[in-house]
Design a protein around this ligand. Structure first.
Ligand SMILES: Cc1cc2nc3c(=O)[nH]c(=O)nc-3n(C[C@H](O)[C@H](O)[C@H](O)COP(=O)(O)O)c2cc1C
Length: 175
């Protein structure tokens, strides 16, 4: 049994839902899983864990700076044990942008951080217009209009391929 950390950065909770799904699979394989939010609160002690997964969503082109800080201040620990990173964004709903190699945000992020994760994944996220404030809703509708996505302001659309999430969870359990 390994002690597995799943550290996540979310704004609207969808990355957490993905982490919970991965946690369920990893627990099912007999491991102990801790979920921890990457925020401005107390620092997470990565050194306590045998395997580390970091998951973060994209907002206006970027993962949050706390994610970069956590990674850059724990480079040695991350490199010394099995670890993984995944990104959640809606560009990944497009088949030509849904792999670690083809997703522009993940590729840009890898150039920004000192750690090069052995295991990577990209998951398409969720659009939840009723939840957003006026400006975010307007901005996302405009981006969706430009990229041929849903623009109905009442729409809630989940693009996530949960089979792909499950497969990643099984991979984490086996690391
Ligand atoms: C204000 C806002 C900005 C976003 N910006 C981007 C973006 O630049 N590119 C992208 O692919 N997805 C973008 N998204 C989509 C999010 O990545 C997607 O909704 C994801 O599921 C959010 O995950 P979270 O709930 O864990 O934060 C944006 C969403 C919101 C609400």
């Amino acid at each position: 049994m390994a002690k597995v950390l799943i550290a996540y950065s979310t704004v609207d909770g969808h990355t957490l839902s993905i982490c919970e799904r991965i946690a369920g699979i990893v627990r099912g394989e007999g491991h102990e899983v801790t979920l921890a939010a990457i925020d401005d609160g107390p620092a997470i002690d990565l050194g306590e864990f045998d395997k580390i997964v970091i998951g973060a969503s994209i907002r206006y082109g970027k993962h949050r700076p706390q994610v970069v800080d956590l990674i850059n201040s724990n480079k040695e620990i991350l490199e010394s044990r099995p670890s993984a990173f995944f990104s959640v964004n809606v560009v990944a709903r497009k088949p030509e942008k849904n792999t670690p190699e083809t997703n522009p945000y993940l590729q840009k992020f890898l150039k920004q951080i000192a750690w090069q994760p052995q295991n990577l994944a990209v998951f398409a996220g969720k659009i939840d217009y009723p939840r957003y404030d006026f400006w975010d809703r307007t901005a996302i509708r405009f981006i969706m209009w430009m990229t041929k996505g849903p623009t109905d302001p009442t729409a809630v659309v989940e693009f996530t391929d949960w089979n792909k999430v499950d497969e990643f969870g099984r991979k984490i359990a086996r690391l």
